[in-house]
Design a protein around this ligand. Structure first.
Ligand SMILES: [Zn+2]
Length: 252
């Protein structure tokens, strides 16, 4: 099935994966042949992009159109103080390539919207959500349902985070959980975006973990489940999500 092999340097780089039960060289080859799109390079995307790059995903696409602000540095660990004002996309691409030159990094200097989402998403096997707004999440979900791509959702607020995997051909889609409402919440103002800095690190790492598991072919996924983390309680809770037959995106 696989036409590629791992070269001696890859065998050394990924030796801790190769020794893993249910992973091995086949799992690593699957990562090498896979492509992942990461939408947004903030707190979540900083972490998921670093782990997916170091894990050896063959092609990683990055979408971001913002610049580094001083108040990003508390949680957006891809960037440093001297980089305030610079393009997050250019910095991320440069650092991820340095981290693992075997990974092909492709940059998309846009904001994902209904006009460009289909063409971008169809280049990738899976989408990881590093955004912080409902409008972009709705666009990601619609493209993923239309193209039958898995969508790994993550969100953070205050001391809480949540993560799930949506794949409409196998379970609910994101809009089954968050249906469009006439009173769509307004985007949050900066002062409402309070979050403990380690919460996006936990959720971003969980998103990368679920992406790796799906690519390698591990059976247990978060399809149909929402995993909720609370830092104050030091607790994880997993709740079921039902597919909505009347869903405006994936319902029939
Ligand atoms: Zn749905």
């Amino acid at each position: 099935m696989h036409t590629q092999n791992l070269d001696p340097l890859e065998l050394e780089r990924y030796s801790r994966h190769l020794a893993l039960p249910r992973f091995g060289e086949q799992g690593q080859l699957r990562l090498k042949q896979a492509s992942v799109l990461i939408v947004g390079l903030g707190g979540l995307g900083s972490v998921s992009s670093l782990y997916l790059t170091s894990a050896g995903v063959g092609k990683i696409g990055l979408i971001e159109d913002d610049h580094v602000n001083l108040n990003n540095l508390q949680r957006q660990i891809l960037y440093t103080t001297g980089e305030v004002g610079q393009s997050k996309l250019a910095l991320a691409a440069q650092k991820l390539e340095a981290h693992n030159p075997t990974v092909a990094i492709k940059t998309h200097p846009h904001r994902l919207n209904a006009d460009n989402a289909g063409a971008i998403v169809q280049e990738y096997d899976l989408v990881v959500d590093g955004t912080d707004n409902l409008v972009t999440r709705r666009v990601i979900n619609q493209a993923c349902v239309a193209l039958d791509r898995p969508y790994i959702y993550g969100a953070v607020n205050l001391y809480d985070g949540q993560v799930s995997m949506f794949h409409a051909s196998q379970g609910p889609c994101w809009a089954c959980l968050f249906p469009e409402s006439p009173q769509e919440p307004q985007p949050k103002r900066p002062e409402q975006l309070a979050v403990l800095n380690t919460v996006p690190a936990v959720i971003g790492a969980l998103q990368a973990t679920e992406a790796i598991k799906w690519i390698v072919g591990m059976e247990q996924t978060l399809i149909g489940k929402l995993l909720i983390y609370n830092a104050l309680q030091a607790s994880f809770e997993k709740i079921g999500i039902e597919k909505n037959p009347q869903c405006s995106v994936c319902g029939c």
